[in-house]
Design a protein around this ligand. Structure first.
Ligand code: SF4
Length: 324
């Protein structure tokens, strides 16, 4: 796939504390192509949500700051976009859905009105009757049963899975180029999670929207994504097509993550594999590889400078001195 819609190049992001500035994301680069789903996977606090918020220019203010890099939406550098142009970006070009839809839905407005606002905001030329029809169509598309009746419901009157469907309907109402989904299924039961993933796959096939899917769950990556970038302590440590990553993980952290996934073919009650140690805290990042304090294969050179992300096979890149 060569049809690149988004290029993140050497992005670094910092946050101010009372006494200091801490770097949360460092030198992150990736591409997103039209019609594909790219998974950004890693533990909480690894920088994946900060990366997503940077793309939306939604970093918490005044603490968050993009220190370096470019975020190119086709030819437009989002990092340098004037504040006045941001409303035209958010929702219209790039939409985002979150883990907890209640934080994005207005609890005192009926869902029909909220979806209508999303339709109207981005397609103001439509008259009221057309917008109302479009709302029902959108709810139908996200497989909400009896959509004509559900438009009158308030968010608290529908289930968590339904609320997430409403969020997806609102996000897609503006027909964005890119949908960023930040752990949208994490708070849902497994069966509902499977339904939402299948819905997103079908909608993507229908609309061609590129999806950046953020998750800590490798199972979700396997289910939905075409390519994947693994993040650790603010950096991308491995990126590859999903099949290549699952067939042949290279980075010791990725291998550790894979080994930690529970499997049905293991002997019952056998201990689960874990990655020993903890992620270094922001502000105490080592000068070399950030995984070095947990890596069973760490060498002397690993402690000196961060390993560059290097292509080891077609479309498969790893940041590890074992490969360079
Ligand atoms: Fe381990 Fe060194 Fe590779 Fe880092 S660079 S993952 S410490 S072998």
């Amino acid at each position: 796939m060569n049809d690149t819609i988004l290029r993140v190049e050497q992005l670094s992001v910092s946050f101010a504390t009372e006494t200091d500035r801490l770097t949360a994301v460092e030198d992150v680069s990736f591409r997103l192509h039209r019609g594909e789903t790219l998974g950004l996977v890693g533990e909480s606090g690894c920088g994946k949500s900060v990366t997503a918020l940077s793309i939306m220019r939604l970093l918490p203010q005044p603490a968050g700051r993009i220190e370096a890099g470019r975020i190119l939406l086709q030819e437009t550098d989002i990092v340098r976009l004037p504040a006045a142009d941001l409303p035209g970006l958010r929702g219209r070009r790039i939409a985002m859905i979150f883990q907890e839809p209640m934080t994005a839905l207005n609890p005192v407005h009926r869902i029909g009105r909220q979806v209508a606002e999303a339709v109207h905001l981005h397609r103001p030329e439509l008259d009221e009757r057309t917008v109302a029809r479009e709302v029902v169509t959108m709810l139908e598309k996200v497989r909400i049963p009896e959509p004509a009746a559900r438009v009158k419901a308030y968010p608290h009157q529908i289930s968590g899975g339904m609320r997430q469907r409403v969020m997806i309907a609102m996000a897609l109402a503006a027909r964005p180029d890119i949908l960023i989904a930040d752990e949208p299924t994490t708070a849902l039961d497994v069966t509902i999670q499977a339904q939402i993933l299948s819905l997103m796959r079908d909608l993507q096939a229908e609309t061609g929207t590129a999806i950046l899917f953020i998750t800590h769950d490798l199972g979700v990556i396997a289910e939905l994504c075409h390519r994947v970038a693994v993040m650790y302590a603010g950096r991308i440590v491995e990126s590859a097509a999903v099949e290549a990553l699952f067939r042949s993980p290279r980075h010791p952290y990725t291998r550790g993550l894979m080994a930690a996934v529970p499997r049905l073919d293991r002997t019952p009650k056998s201990p689960l594999a874990t990655i020993e140690g903890t992620v270094p805290a922001l502000g105490t990042m080592p000068p070399g590889c950030r995984f070095a304090n947990r890596c069973p294969q760490a060498m002397e050179r690993c402690h000196r400078a961060p390993p560059p992300l290097t292509e080891v096979a077609d479309g498969h890149a790893v940041a590890c001195y074992l490969y360079s």
